[in-house]
Design a protein around this ligand. Structure first.
Ligand SMILES: [Zn+2]
Length: 390
């Protein structure tokens, strides 16, 4: 399966610049059985750069796989660091556009944590839409309801002063189709605020964050491609910013009648993006080799090495190094992940408490933002391993 046209703008001037072979096709799915985890199909990821709109995507992404309706785990709300971050971001956007006592829709709401927060902080009425919604994971709220479906134009009939979409667009191959659906569902209304959050490819390119490249993410946005996508679908970009150690890119936008020409200062030019891509290309091999060397040394010295932080980042990381056999355990604080097996890799998630008895020598943290939180937890357990944050 080869996508020769850009899903963001339909142009065919695509420059392929990175291949990752045999990546597990799923990373968030919940799997209770070792064999089932190992049997998850593996496919190649080929990152291509659209030289017209700046969009980066997996040109060989298989759109026929059912990624999300079989149950997945992606809740981040178990971390105090994340809770603080998301509360501050939400408070800010609610105040900025006075989203209080309003109707808010979240597309791709997961377990409902965010839409629940939006309702709680702004006394809003909320509807979460997600085909894989699991009831019972958020505090009951009479102003909050959920629809277990993929978002479609018919949901335009729902009342919405604000449409949120966090960490969903990177899983959607047909980005232009998706935005078009949202724009059509809004129709003539001009007072709707869109609030989207997505990983920023800019940081991945700059620091060769290879652990953030995995199969379930078919779409890799930068401010440039995101701005182009919103403008092409008759939205005006109100603001964009990056947060969480520059990992997450936010956009605030509103519908307009004509194509907006307003660009945001964060948007690089196509040549500037191309320079970042060339830099990534020249450095990624060295980065991967140095990790291979490091992990091989850990293995040879008999050091007990664990990865802290499950989900897609650990799959992205281990896809490159699992064959070395240096890492036996993956730790995560999400209690719903415990006992599950990592797709494609086959290792079973363990709880932080497991480390008390295991006594690791090295802990590799999949998201450096949690360095302090995890360091404190390790200290409280009387452990003092070498900590390597990504
Ligand atoms: Zn394009």
């Amino acid at each position: 399966m080869k996508h020769t046209a850009c899903p963001n703008c339909s142009h065919t001037d695509i420059y392929e610049f990175h291949e990752l072979k045999n990546a597990p096709t799923q990373s968030l799915v919940t799997i209770k059985d070792y064999q089932e985890a190992i049997n998850i199909p593996r496919k190649n990821i080929n990152l291509g750069f659209c030289q017209n709109c700046g969009f980066i995507f997996n040109t060989t992404f298989d759109t026929s796989i059912d990624y999300y309706t079989k149950g997945y785990e992606d809740q981040q709300g178990f971390s105090p660091t994340f809770k603080k971050f998301i509360s501050e971001i939400t408070e800010r956007v609610l105040n900025r556009y006075d989203i209080h006592n309003k109707d808010v829709i979240e597309i791709g709401c997961g377990k409902g944590d965010f839409i629940s927060l939006v309702c709680e902080l702004g006394n809003n009425r909320g509807i979460g839409i997600d085909p894989a919604f699991v009831p019972g994971r958020t505090k009951p709220n009479p102003n909050l309801s959920f629809i277990s479906e993929f978002y479609s134009e018919k949901h335009g009939a729902l009342p919405a002063d604000c449409i949120c979409c966090r960490h969903t667009l990177e899983h959607i191959h047909g980005t232009n189709e998706f935005l078009k659906t949202i724009r059509n569902s809004i129709g003539d209304r001009k007072d709707v605020i869109l609030f989207f959050e997505i990983p920023d490819i800019t940081r991945i390119l700059k620091i060769q964050a290879f652990w953030d490249i995995f199969y379930e993410h078919c779409t890799y946005m930068s401010p440039l491609s995101l701005g182009n996508l919103f403008r092409a679908n008759r939205f005006e970009v109100l603001d964009m910013y990056v947060e969480y150690d520059s990992q997450y890119l936010f956009i605030e936008a509103k519908p307009v009648d004509e194509i907006s020409t307003k660009k945001h200062p964060l948007e690089l030019s196509i040549p500037e993006m191309k320079d970042l891509i060339e830099e990534f290309k020249s450095k990624i091999g060295v980065t991967l080799d140095s990790w291979t060397k490091r992990l091989t040394e850990f293995k040879e010295k008999g050091l007990k090495t664990v990865v802290w932080g499950g989900g897609s980042k650990s799959v992205g990381f281990l896809t490159n190094f699992d064959h070395i056999g240096a890492i036996d355990h993956i730790v995560d604080i999400n209690p719903h992940m415990l006992g599950n097996y990592i797709p494609g890799i086959g290792k079973q998630y363990a709880s932080p408490e497991f480390l008390k008895e295991y006594k690791p020598d090295v802990v590799i943290i999949m998201n450096g933002v949690y360095k302090r939180e995890i360091g404190d937890m390790l200290n409280n357990m009387g452990l003092n391993p070498e900590i390597i944050p990504l």
